[in-house]
Write a protein that binds this ligand. Structure first.
Ligand SMILES: [Zn+2]
Length: 389
């Protein structure tokens, strides 16, 4: 995998809508293509005799009732076309008039989640609240309880600076979470639910926060990841992590195969393999970079290839460039928790000097220091020479 192609920024998918057209939610749904008859106008007065279709069974970003009432305002030639065509037409109109911005995005996402949570029946209720003794292996629990760098280091290895791996999840927990995700996917399939995939680079996988696991994952971040990131990643907001994006990704020949070279939209990322049986799928790391240096070359000491082991976690900075090699057989499913700090993000806007966590910035700084020392030495030698003569 070369860096030449550029490093992607893997971002959280956005809820459907948002201005119409364009694959905004990154879930592989093509932008709507409108037939020639579509001038996207409505009649001034409703056709009161027309009996509108029901849209209750569709998962849309606007209320089904809104579609039914809007239908009466459709141009006469559209009243009896297939329902899908009417939906497309009306959706385009609604999106055009729906105000943009964060507030509506958040609102759409809230409605999307609400739709899932009120319809989806969880398989393992015990996953939905934090039960640390059932979730984590004893060594991890003990280290977190001790809450000291020394105890963290005793259960971790650091195969490359800033990348830590450690035993974390019990096999039973991994199995339950895998079954829950499978159950959710089955529900999505059966109800033809229009699901949002976890981010802009994965076509498969599911956002755990969207089907009820948000509270449990918040606990996971606050009580189990923040103690570690406070110690190991203080310079990227590790002690002030306050929001997360939790999801699973699925790899295999009939799923996403690999994942290109990228940085995450997170300050700190937790990545735990849940199973199942697979070969390939190694995670490769190529150094931490700031925005300005994200495409600079990798130094040999920054190269790390890591082979996933079910139950074992990897944590790293979001800006640590990485990717996943092809999963060549079987299925690999990983739990990802992107942890973010709003404080860090706010402060970063005002930061003018070089970030100390970027490998390239550090290299440039060292080079400048080396040059300055060299020229000082030269100057001193010159003066000595002059004094001697
Ligand atoms: Zn830099």
């Amino acid at each position: 995998m070369s860096v030449d192609g550029g490093v992607d920024r893997r971002q959280e998918a956005q809820p459907p809508g948002g201005g119409g057209g364009g694959n905004v939610n990154g879930n592989g749904v093509a932008p709507p293509i409108f037939p020639a008859y579509a001038t996207h106008r409505l009649r001034l007065n409703p056709n009161t005799e027309h009996r509108p279709d029901s849209y209750e069974d569709l998962q849309l970003e606007f209320s089904p009732l809104l579609f039914s009432s809007l239908e009466r305002y459709l141009p006469p030639n559209l009243l009896n076309v297939p329902r899908d065509a009417k939906v497309q037409y009306m959706r385009e109109i609604l999106l055009r008039y729906s105000p943009e911005g964060e507030r509506t995005r958040v609102q759409r996402h809230r409605e999307y989640r609400q739709k899932i949570i009120s319809n989806y029946q969880p398989l393992h209720r015990e996953l939905y609240s934090m039960q640390a003794a059932n979730f984590f292996v004893p060594s991890f629990l003990k280290a977190i309880n001790d809450n000291a760098e020394e105890s963290f280091r005793s259960i971790m290895s650091e195969p490359s600076p800033g990348v830590f791996t450690f035993e974390m999840l019990q096999p039973r927990f991994c199995e339950m979470l895998l079954a829950e995700v499978e159950n959710f996917e089955k529900w999505v399939h059966e109800t033809k639910f229009r699901i949002m995939r976890p981010n802009t680079m994965n076509k498969y996988g599911a956002v755990l926060d969207d089907f009820g696991l948000e509270t449990m994952l918040d606990k996971l971040m606050e009580d189990f990841i923040r103690p570690l990131s406070r110690v190991f990643y203080p310079e990227v907001g590790g002690s002030t992590l306050d929001t997360h994006h939790g999801f699973v990704v699925e790899y295999g020949m009939d799923r996403d195969v690999d994942l290109g070279f990228h940085v995450d939209d997170s300050e700190v990322t937790l990545n735990v393999c849940l199973g199942k049986h697979f070969s390939g799928g190694e995670l490769f790391f190529r150094g931490v970079r700031c925005d300005k240096h994200v495409n600079t070359e990798t130094q040999s000491e920054e190269i790390l290839d890591y082979t996933h082991i079910p139950g074992r976690a990897v944590i790293h900075r979001g800006r640590h460039r990485h990717g996943a090699r092809a999963t060549t057989s079987g299925h690999r499913i990983n739990l990802l928790l992107w942890c973010r700090s709003s404080v860090f993000r706010e402060l970063k806007k005002y930061q003018k000097d070089f970030p100390n966590w970027c490998g390239e910035c550090q290299r440039e700084k060292k080079e400048r220091q080396r040059q300055s020392i060299a020229s000082t030495k030269l100057e001193l030698l010159k003066r000595e020479g002059e004094a001697a003569s």
